[in-house]
Design a protein around this ligand. Structure first.
Ligand code: THU
Length: 140
């Protein structure tokens, strides 16, 4: 992936973070998911008064894409935090990692996390979810 695309994903995730519906935790998260066809799907966390129906930003982005019949992905950027001016690294939760492994090759799919457009790191899904249980386990 080019540096330009990395930066575009970071900027898109930061933009979508502003759309977070997080009245309970007040922790706002934005994500930008790059599909192999070049389309970027944005997502934000969407919380709920009953708490458990809440959805993470990453899953919002994935479910938007899959509902458009897009299932091949290259990378995702995720940015979260309470304070707009001082973000802390927001690593994807375990449930979101499991959703990623459903669709993505762990050695190719890249996860961008960090604090700003200038200060971020890139990990493979394999690094974030070693020894995963994936769809290939269910092939007889
Ligand atoms: N959250 C995400 O959207 N993505 C993550 O990877 C971590 C957590 C959301 C869920 C909840 O709305 C808020 O952040 C606090 O946990």
């Amino acid at each position: 992936m080019t540096k330009d695309m990395e930066k575009k994903l970071v900027r898109t995730a930061l933009e979508y973070r502003k759309r977070a519906y997080a009245p309970y935790s007040e922790y706002k998260v934005g994500a930008a998911l790059l599909a192999k066809n070049g389309t970027i799907y944005g997502g934000c966390n969407v919380e709920n008064a009953a708490y458990t129906p809440s959805n993470c930003a990453e899953r919002t982005a994935f479910f938007k894409a899959v509902s458009e019949e897009v299932t091949d992905f290259e990378a995702i950027a995720i940015f979260g935090g309470y304070d707009d001016t001082e973000l802390k690294t927001c690593a994807p939760c375990g449930v979101c990692r499991q959703v990623m492994i459903e669709f993505c090759d762990p050695d190719e799919f890249l996860i961008i996390i960090g604090r700003s457009e200038e200060d971020y790191e890139v990990h493979t899904l394999r690094e974030m979810l070693p020894l995963s249980f994936s769809p290939k386990e269910l092939k007889k």
